[in-house]
Design a binder for this molecule. Structure first.
Ligand SMILES: [Fe+2]
Ligand SMILES: [Fe+2]
Length: 139
């Protein structure tokens, strides 16, 4: 793997969890992640990377809140564990942000980490939730 992962990721139907609102959020997060990747790799500068990180954190917080509300409303038994995984990811992104603000070059790690995390969370956890919701007629 190159030191800085500048490749773009694309949403594809195999990432669908079967619930339109959740898929829409995931597509938006992928777009923001690609924008962050471009800012980290390009000549945009420190402030532009901070802005992209802030956008990504805000959108991720909103998405996680909305999934957690759905899980609570639909009595999903894995809700507690799923929410803890969300919190751990947010802690990681906030740490990247602090490191970035402290002047550390986060480029080599953050894009690869977030892509790996987002895709694996969708495939392992959100698809499981999506299957449960589909079974309850939520789509
Ligand atoms: Fe999730
Ligand atoms: Fe999600």
């Amino acid at each position: 793997m190159p030191a800085t992962d500048t490749s773009v990721i694309h949403w594809s139907p195999n990432l669908s969890v079967g619930v339109a609102a959740i898929d829409g959020d995931h597509r938006a997060l992928i777009d923001l992640l690609n924008a962050l990747t471009a800012a980290v790799a390009g000549p945009a500068g420190h402030g532009a990377v901070t802005l992209k990180l802030d956008e990504l954190i805000a959108r991720t917080e909103a998405h996680f809140r909305s999934e957690e509300e759905i899980m609570a409303r639909e009595h999903y038994s894995e809700a507690g564990h799923h929410a803890r995984v969300h919190e751990a990811l947010l802690d990681e992104i906030r740490q990247f942000r602090s490191d970035h603000l402290a002047g550390t070059d986060i480029g080599p790690e953050i894009t690869a980490f977030l892509k790996r995390w987002l895709i694996s969370h969708i495939i392992e956890s959100d698809k499981h939730l999506g299957g449960y919701l589909e079974g309850r007629g939520v789509g």
